[in-house]
Design a binder for this molecule. Structure first.
Ligand code: F6P
Length: 571
């Protein structure tokens, strides 16, 4: 049994919140060691089950359930009338729902099928690009957005994703599905065993995440509900479920949806062996990616130096790899207390390529300007050699990349590339040579030509996710934003983060829980003594107060003249 699996290891915490013994000293590690630690943590995703403690990705029960859910998706694809598959989650879980739904709808369009996959992200499309943590606590909002996505549908397969089995937004949706079994079949995807689901009361609701999971468990045998809840081990940075939680989410969604597609369009039956092989292909993806660990460490170093100097890191991506850049960048704000300018992502075609539900969001502010054109107009003129720019592309984009690389090189020599290619594409070699000359470093990730095009596409996406997670996490560690392996600069903007902050205080101060909670409340409400009002309020009210305060402070930071700040805020 591995250390974190022992019942005595941090026994009060669910797996997704435990600290990983492998990364205890990650805050003191060099760029190379950070990458090695991340590699070891990621490898835990594919470790075999030991004893009966935790189901793992490749456990028999997990593979069987993946097959059952894939068959349900197949039914929707074969009889599309009134059918829909909805993928929903908060933060990264919702962003990956978006990435997956968009990718598979695109594939349907190439077959002249209409879209059958829908995504929901708590807080709407702005949450694809920025942190919107308050809606995660809102179960009713979850239900409303599910109803809206499913208007007019008669058969819905709902896949709710919550890595920590804790988001009230998703709990509300699952509860709604359970109440309307004539239309909805609920599937829960997460990375704690069911008994570790959160039992935190949800304001205005009679259920908790835990009670919803219990009700689902009763329906599992009749295949009226499905639970896919393997453990993937604690995150490298405690609770940072964007990392392994996100990767495993992507793996499972990809495996389920592509098995259903193959069954529908190429008559390939959904088999145990096929599912395991697909999972193993992702294990291989880890190997292929981390074979470039030296190159990745160089990127971590460059990005870390930029952040340490108060400068920025920009990802310029193409196709779906750019979306992974947008996602990674959006996570830095809540994870490391970063400014949105610190790490930014851009995609070639902007919103027309993103093809999100709500269309262009540029009117929401510069944070939402995501096209390469926006980068050229607003960001490039401000860059110097102290900023890091990273190009992320496949061989299909090489000629466009050369042009952009030349332009960027005029402003900064701190230009790097991540190039995914197959050996078949020697044709673009001359242009790639040009790019290499323009860049300080190039990470070349090579994919086998023997693998199908669609699998390589998904492998490239996961590889890019791992690589960018390493760059942004590593860079912030080098900047000093992590204590041991804990996020310290955490904003207490929802109930999960409130509980996490209390635990952190407890761990660091060794004081009892109630004293730490008291200290946290005093800090949130800026008082020396807690009033009866404060003491009797619920966690959501405290999270609201913390959020309002931090928003007010950041508005004041941007606009120190009170009248202007108030007017800007009101408008
Ligand atoms: O509250 C913030 C956050 O932790 C994000 O970082 C994360 O992506 C999101 O919540 C969703 O968490 P979960 O998938 O566990 O519901």
């Amino acid at each position: 049994m591995r250390e974190w699996e022992s019942p005595d290891y941090e026994p009060r915490l669910p797996v997704s919140e435990k600290s990983n013994p492998l990364t205890r000293d990650i805050d003191r590690a060099s760029a190379c060691c950070i990458v090695r630690m991340l590699q070891a943590c990621d490898a835990q995703m594919f470790q075999e089950e030991t004893g009966a403690t935790y189901q793992r990705l490749l456990s028999d029960r997990v593979v069987q359930t993946v097959m059952e859910v894939a068959r349900r998706v197949e039914v929707v694809l074969k009889e599309p009338q009134g059918g829909l598959v909805v993928l929903s989650g908060c933060g990264t879980s919702g962003r990956l729902a978006f990435l997956t739904a968009s990718g598979f709808n695109r594939e349907l369009r190439t077959r002249d099928h209409s879209s059958l996959f829908s995504y929901i992200v708590a807080g709407g499309d702005r949450a694809l690009l920025s942190s919107q943590e308050a809606p995660e606590d809102d179960a009713n909002l979850g239900i409303l957005s599910l109803k809206k996505a499913c208007e007019g549908k008669t058969r819905v397969l709902f896949i709710g994703i919550s890595c920590g089995l804790s988001a009230p937004f998703v709990a509300g949706q699952l509860d709604f599905c359970l109440q309307h079994p004539e239309v909805y079949t609920p599937v829960l995807l997460g990375f704690n065993p069911p008994h570790q689901a959160s039992d935190e009361p949800i304001p205005g609701c009679t259920f908790t995440f835990h009670s919803v999971v219990q009700r689902m468990q009763e329906l599992v045998r009749r295949e009226e509900a499905f639970l896919i809840t393997p453990a993937v081990g604690p995150e490298a940075v405690s609770g940072s479920s964007r990392m392994k939680g996100g990767s495993a989410t992507k793996i499972l969604l990809d495996v389920i949806l592509s098995a259903a597609h193959a069954a529908t369009f190429t008559n390939t039956p959904i088999t145990y062996k096929g599912v395991v092989q697909h999972m193993r292909a992702y294990e291989k993806t880890l190997e292929v990616t981390y074979a470039q660990s030296e190159g990745i460490a160089a990127l971590v170093e460059a990005a870390g130096q930029s952040l340490c100097r108060g400068r920025r890191v920009c990802y310029l991506g193409w196709g779906s790899l750019a979306v992974l850049g947008l996602i990674d960048a959006s996570e830095c704000e809540p994870t490391f207390g970063a400014d949105y300018e610190d790490v930014r992502g851009f995609t070639r075609g902007g919103y027309s390529e993103l093809n999100n539900n709500e269309g262009p969001l540029t009117s929401l502010g510069s944070q939402f300007c995501i096209a390469h054109q926006d980068f050229l107009r607003f960001v490039l003129p401000t860059l110097s050699d102290q900023d890091t720019v990273l190009l992320i592309y496949t061989q299909d984009d090489v000629s466009d990349v050369v042009t952009l690389a030349r332009t960027v090189r005029g402003k900064t020599s701190n230009l790097h590339a991540v190039h995914h290619h197959t050996d078949e594409h020697a044709a673009a070699a001359a242009q790639q040579e040009d790019i290499n000359k323009l860049c300080l470093s190039t990470v070349r990730v090579t994919w086998s030509t023997a693998t199908s095009e669609s699998l390589v596409h998904m492998q490239r996406e996961l590889s890019t996710k791992l690589l960018l997670n390493a760059v942004s996490t590593g860079a912030h560690i080098l900047k000093g934003k992590i204590y041991q392996n804990h996020m310290i600069d955490v904003q207490v903007t929802n109930s999960k983060l409130y509980r996490r902050a209390t635990r952190l205080l407890q761990k660091l101060s060794a004081h009892p829980e109630h004293r730490c909670e008291e200290a946290l409340l005093k800090a949130i409400h800026r008082v020396d003594e807690l009033t009866a009002d404060i003491s009797s309020s619920d966690v959501t009210t405290h999270a609201h107060a913390a959020r309002d305060r931090s928003m007010a402070e950041s508005h004041l930071e941007q606009e120190p003249i009170i009248r202007e700040a108030v007017e800007a805020w009101l408008s």
